[in-house]
Design a protein around this ligand. Structure first.
Ligand SMILES: C[S@@+](CC[C@H](N)C(=O)[O-])C[C@H]1O[C@@H](n2cnc3c(N)ncnc32)[C@H](O)[C@@H]1O
Length: 157
């Protein structure tokens, strides 16, 4: 199984870029992982929120592959502890043959078509984070999960 994180827009703040790269590199020692970046939509001023979400949705769909298992990161999704998330990932390694694809929405979230396409929604907190910040929080949690599954002394309860 390969894990993909599909995101909209380049990470522009340098402090996020460095931290995300650090955790991406660490993750690569445990599991095939890629962050796929979909370019930002241009001229969003002329679009309604729904139109922007739909355009982003079309681009998301273009980046999906047959057989992908799709999980949306969404503040209204299911919440896990870090131990529960580790066990969730472990189970997915037995059931997902190809790509486990996590998707982070744009500034207004996801279009209805993307909600319909996904198998699950996961929340990292009831609070809302910026689409840039949630990348780092998610990648760190994924790394934490891999260290838990490998009995390494990163996570402490
Ligand atoms: C600025 S938020 C969009 C918030 C928007 N109001 C909504 O209803 O989705 C951008 C993206 O970051 C992700 N995100 C933000 N907070 C999150 C959280 N607590 N848990 C999981 N994903 C989150 C989601 O993918 C969301 O679509």
């Amino acid at each position: 199984m390969k894990i993909s994180l599909l995101v909209i827009g380049k990470t522009d703040a340098g402090y996020f870029v460095d931290a995300i790269r650090e955790y991406e590199n660490r993750l690569g020692h445990y599991i095939p992982f890629e962050m796929q970046i979909i370019p930002d939509i241009k001229n969003t001023k002329n679009l309604s929120e729904d139109q922007q979400k739909e355009k982003e949705g079309d681009l998301i769909v273009k980046n999906l592959q047959t057989g992908d298992y799709i999980v949306l990161l969404d503040e209204r999704g299911k919440e896990f502890s870090s131990l529960q998330f580790a066990s969730y990932i472990e189970k997915k390694t037995h059931t997902v043959a190809k790509r486990l694809v996590f998707i982070i929405g744009g500034p207004y979230g996801f279009a209805e078509t993307i909600y319909n396409r996904a198998s699950e929604k996961i929340s990292l907190s009831k609070m809302t984070f910026s689409h840039q910040m949630i990348r780092l929080i998610f990648i760190e949690q994924l790394y934490r999960a891999m260290t838990i599954l490998n009995n390494e002394p990163y996570h402490h309860e």
